[in-house]
Design a protein around this ligand. Structure first.
Ligand code: SAH
Length: 210
């Protein structure tokens, strides 16, 4: 998997080293282990997916993590990305909307002492612990949630997929005073970020379509 990531243009050796070390299959159901190291997303519970390795690597590299960073992650999911962040930063604060997914990730990551978990709407961030040097959102937002921009430290980086409910652009934003510098990384397709500053939930969305 890591050799493929290098061929795909991932150059940050710290990211590659951590991804070589963390057993990705442990975050996936036994019946899907054949897919654990393949370059595509894999289903987890609650209709969600663990992101494909290339996207995980690209987002982590784009954060430009420092060992001293406090990182906010929105969308704990399986906890795989959370583990990578915990290896490369000082502290990780991770929010998941489904309690069931958060609890499973908490059990898997019990060995880490630098992760805090919260169940709730990540589009509102974690104001009590702000500012964060880095913020990563692993679900697709219609627009960059204002609360997250507010909770980003000066010179901090925010990596987030922004766009439609099906297709988005992965962007890296850097806070420069009142401005946000924007770099576009690639086209991508994430599951929707559902919350107050995200998309409406499935039920409300269906009613809107009918
Ligand atoms: N990084 C995870 C990605 C999981 S998919 C992994 O690789 O396993 C995206 C996750 O975002 C899902 O678990 C989904 O439930 C969660 N999510 C969606 N909207 C959210 C919100 N507003 N707050 C917190 N989590 C959210």
């Amino acid at each position: 998997m890591v050799r493929r990531l290098e061929a795909q243009g991932i150059t940050d050796t710290r990211v590659l080293e951590v991804m070589r070390r963390i057993p990705r299959h442990l975050f996936i159901a036994n019946s899907l282990w054949d897919h654990a190291y393949a370059d595509h997303p894999v289903p987890i519970d609650r209709g969600q997916t663990i992101s494909q390795p290339y996207i995980v690597a690209l987002m982590t590299q784009a954060l430009q993590l420092e060992k001293s960073d406090r990182v906010l992650e929105i969308g704990t999911g399986s906890g795989y990305q959370t583990a990578i962040l915990a290896e490369l930063a000082r502290h990780v604060y991770t929010i998941e909307r489904f309690a069931e997914l958060s609890e499973k990730a908490q059990r898997l990551l019990a060995g880490y002492t630098n992760i805090r978990f919260r169940v709730g709407d990540g589009t509102l961030g974690w104001p009590e612990e702000a500012p964060f040097e880095k913020i990563i959102v692993t679900a697709a937002a219609p627009e960059v949630p204002a609360a997250l921009v507010e909770q980003l430290a000066e010179s901090g980086r925010l990596v987030i997929p922004v766009g439609g409910r099906q297709l988005q652009t992965l962007v890296a934003l850097t806070k420069e005073g009142k401005r946000l510098r924007r770099e576009e990384l690639c086209a991508c397709s994430f599951l929707p970020l559902i919350g107050e500053e995200g998309w409406p939930d499935e039920e409300t969305w269906l009613q809107h379509l009918l």
